[in-house]
Design a protein around this ligand. Structure first.
Ligand code: FES
Length: 111
């Protein structure tokens, strides 16, 4: 694994630690990033509901539809695109890249 390939990326966990349907939140600088495993594919979004900045990771993931629901007021978001799917949230959550390298998962805030 070269240092150059991982410059700017944040380590999440090994692939074996995040099974299908599971989620984990890590911090990259000041950004909380929620990483989920949907049927073997990994997706990352900001762990912050765009309605009132509540942590999305407290809510349930629906692996079949690829959605997460905010437990505070029930807004739903697409974990693959970040799109807000139901009120009271109307703005998408930030979506971040995910990289798999040498059995580990990496992400970063690329804004
Ligand atoms: S804070 Fe998430 S729906 Fe209100």
């Amino acid at each position: 694994m070269s240092d150059e390939e991982l410059r700017g990326w944040e380590y999440v966990c090994t692939e074996g630690e995040l099974l299908p349907g599971e989620k984990i939140t890590i911090w990259h600088d000041d950004t909380p990033i929620l990483v989920v495993n949907l049927d073997g594919e990994y997706y990352a979004v900001e762990d912050k509901c765009t309605h009132e900045d509540f942590e999305l990771s407290s809510g349930p993931v629906d692996a079949a539809t690829g959605q997460i629901e905010c437990v505070l007021h029930g807004a739903r978001f697409c974990l693959k695109s970040g799109e807000a799917l139901s009120p009271p949230a109307y703005s998408p959550v930030a979506k971040f890249p995910v990289k798999r390298l040498n059995g580990a998962i990496w992400t970063r805030d690329d804004r």
